[in-house]
Design a protein around this ligand. Structure first.
Ligand code: NAP
Length: 286
C-alpha cells in the first residue's frame, strides 16, 4: 500500500492519512491566517509560531502584520510572510493564492478568521457596511477556501478552520446580517468537512461565543451590556487546535458555549432567536 494512504472501509477509495498540524512532515509547510493583525487571528499566529509553525499573515493593517511577523520570527525562529490585503475586493483571495504559489509557500492549514459585524437593526445598516460584511465574512471566506481546498485535497492533505460563531446557530436580533453570514460559514464548512474527509483534509467550523477582542468596538456594539461573559482568545485557539487534530466538524470552545448549543437545540426556534437577542443585548443598548 502506498505510504500515507489507508483503505477506506466500504468503498474502493483509498483514504489519505489523518492530518496533524505539528507532524514533522508539516513543519516545513505554512499556516495561512486571515485577520491576523489582531484579536483571535493574532492569537492563532502567536500559538502556531510558538509551536514552531511557519506563517503567512493576512489583514489590511500592514504595519501591525509586519511588527507581529518580526516579533514571532525573533522569538520563535519561524519564517513569517506578510500579505497585506483587503478581503472586500473580489480578486483578493486569488491574489493571496497566487502570492503563495509565487513564493513557494506550501500552505497546509488555512484559517479563515477575518470577519466583522455591525450592531443594529437590519434596516439601519448602511448599504456599504452590508456589502463589506458579506464580502469579508462570506465571499472572501468561500473564495479562499475554494482556492486552497483543491491544493490540499490533491496534494499532501491539510486543514481548514473557518471561524463561524455561536450566533450562526440562529438569527440574532440586532445582529441579523452577522448571524446570517456565520450560518453560511457553518453550513458550507459542515459540507466540506464530509466532502474532504477521505482526502486527507480536516475541515472545522469554529463557533465561539463572546470573545474579548476589539470586535465589539469595530461593530459599534457595547460589550459591557452583553448578558454572557467574555472569554479569552487562548481558550478559542486551544480548542480549535484540539478540534482540528481530532477532525471535529464543529468546535464550541467553552462549557458555556456547549450548554447554549444544547439549550438552542431543545428550545422552540422563536424562543432561541429571542434568547440570542437577549444575550447579545444589542437592541436594548440603543
Ligand atoms: N470576538 C467575538 O466575540 C467573536 C465571537 C464569535 C466569532 N468571532 C469571529 O472571529 C473572527 C475574528 O474576530 P475578532 O474577535 O478577532 O475580531 P477583531 O479583533 O476585530 O479582528 C478582525 C480581523 O479581521 C480583519 N479584517 C476585517 N476586515 C478585513 C478586510 N476587509 N480585509 C482583510 N482583513 C479584514 C482585521 O484586520 P484589519 O482591520 O487589519 O484588516 C482583523 O485582523 C471573526 O470572523 C468574527 O466574526 C468573534
Amino acid at each position: 500500500m502506498e505510504s500515507g494512504l489507508t483503505h477506506c472501509k466500504g468503498s474502493n477509495v483509498m483514504a489519505k492519512a489523518a492530518y496533524h498540524p505539528f507532524s514533522a512532515e508539516n513543519r516545513s509547510r505554512q499556516v495561512l491566517i486571515t485577520g491576523a493583525s489582531m484579536g483571535i487571528g493574532e492569537a492563532f499566529a502567536r500559538e502556531f509560531a510558538k509551536r514552531g509553525r511557519n506563517l503567512v499573515l493576512v489583514a489590511r493593517s500592514a504595519d501591525l502584520l509586519v511588527s507581529l511577523a518580526a516579533e514571532l520570527q525573533r522569538k520563535h525562529g519561524v519564517s513569517v510572510s506578510v500579505c497585506p490585503a483587503d478581503l472586500t475586493e473580489p480578486e483578493t483571495p486569488g491574489r493571496i493564492h497566487a502570492f503563495c504559489q509565487k513564493h513557494n509557500l506550501d500552505v497546509d492549514l488555512l484559517i479563515n478568521c477575518a470577519g466583522l459585524s455591525r450592531a443594529g437593526d437590519f434596516d439601519d445598516i448602511p448599504m456599504e457596511k452590508l456589502e463589506e460584511i458579506m464580502a469579508v465574512n462570506v465571499m472572501a471566506m468561500a473564495r479562499l477556501t475554494r482556492c486552497f481546498a483543491a491544493d490540499l485535497a490533491d496534494g499532501r492533505g491539510g486543514g481548514i478552520i473557518n471561524v463561524a460563531s455561536l450566533g450562526g446557530l440562529q438569527g440574532v436580533p440586532g445582529l441579523g446580517l452577522y448571524s446570517a453570514t456565520k450560518a453560511f460559514v457553518m453550513t458550507l464548512t459542515e459540507a466540506l468537512h464530509v466532502e474532504l474527509q477521505q482526502r486527507g483534509v480536516h475541515v472545522v467550523a469554529l463557533c465561539p461565543g463572546f470573545i474579548d477582542t476589539g470586535f465589539f468596538v469595530t461593530a459599534g456594539h457595547n460589550a459591557a451590556r452583553l448578558r454572557l461573559p467574555l472569554s479569552g482568545t487562548e481558550v478559542v485557539v486551544r480548542s480549535a487546535i484540539k478540534g482540528l487534530k481530532k477532525n471535529r466538524m464543529r468546535v464550541f470552545p467553552t462549557l458555556l458555549d456547549n450548554l447554549l448549543v444544547f439549550t438552542q437545540r431543545a428550545a422552540p426556534r422563536e424562543l432561541s432567536v429571542r434568547l440570542a437577542g437577549f444575550f447579545a443585548a444589542v437592541r436594548d443598548a440603543q
